[in-house]
Design a protein around this ligand. Sequence first.
Ligand SMILES: NC(=O)c1ccc[n+]([C@@H]2O[C@H](COP(=O)([O-])OP(=O)(O)OC[C@H]3O[C@@H](n4cnc5c(N)ncnc54)[C@H](OP(=O)(O)O)[C@@H]3O)[C@@H](O)[C@H]2O)c1
Length: 295
Amino acid sequence: MSIEGKITLVTGANSGLGKATTVGLAQMGAHVVMVCRDQVRGEAARQEIIERSGNTHVDLLMADLSSQQSIRQLVNTFRAKHAHLHLLINNAGAVFMRRTLSADAIEMSLAVNHLAPFLLTNLLLDTLKSSAPARIINVGTRIGTSLNLEDLQFEQRPYRGLQAYAQTKLGNILFTYSLAQRLVETGVTVNCVHPGVFKSNLGSNNTDEPFLLKIAGWLGKFILPDADHAAQRILYLAVSPEVATITGQYFGNRKPLQSPSQTYDITTQEQLWEISTALTLVNTSNTMGGSTTTN
Ligand SMILES: NC(=O)c1ccc[n+]([C@@H]2O[C@H](COP(=O)([O-])OP(=O)(O)OC[C@H]3O[C@@H](n4cnc5c(N)ncnc54)[C@H](OP(=O)(O)O)[C@@H]3O)[C@@H](O)[C@H]2O)c1
């Protein structure tokens, strides 16, 4: 679709992949709404994006995506300003090396990486549907693990930060597949993308991380490609006419990938949907082809 003048929303837009994607969208003339949690970092990125793109239609909205109240406030603020939403990019993500609880008493990896996109998307579905054709892109990753639905929050087993992260990224794929089923014939597509591996600030919140991980992070800054290249994968899904009607896929570099076998299991998809609904208290009962209550 031509993205010029279209309303787009990118979470985690002040850093890494989110910032690179926002620059790309702004360069193509989109009206981009950046979602960031820190006013200073967000505003600095906004100014840089305006400078690099020459597009002044770059707005900043604040939200801590680990807090469900903050996500609900974000949606209310967004809707007060915009009647339409043509593109939603659920990009924000974080790694937590120690088990930490959110303001809603939910394990942080689950709260930020899976429940935040689940809640935000469901709250914005009415707006997306009424703006159709519209696209949703969930940023996942290619990482091997399985989802333990009995213990999503590591209450009954030792916590492992990377395993918790990987599990939530698998959740992004499962969410994409089950949402796509619910959005059939609405004109809203949803796909998940593995952006590859690139330079970013991911994990930098873990100030007490093991020495070896610190070294690995430091080395990565030299060895890894920057996020601009990875952003091309998202921008392709965002604007290419080739994928205008493609939905419910897990993409790598412009091509659908096979995702882990567990993600194709409908029962697992539906169980995760039910758990996510219970943990966010969002009303998704009328998602199928109809409107979604924004409670
Ligand atoms: N880096 C890689 O190689 C790689 C590979 C595969 C997938 N990914 C995925 O790519 C996405 C972007 O990551 P990145 O590598 O670009 O990392 P990044 O540079 O750390 O960017 C992450 C963004 O998410 C934001 N964020 C984190 N927690 C938040 C919260 N509670 N509320 C609001 N915003 C929050 C961060 O905000 P602050 O700046 O305020 O912290 C930042 O803007 C993630 O979903 C990640 O899983 C990355």
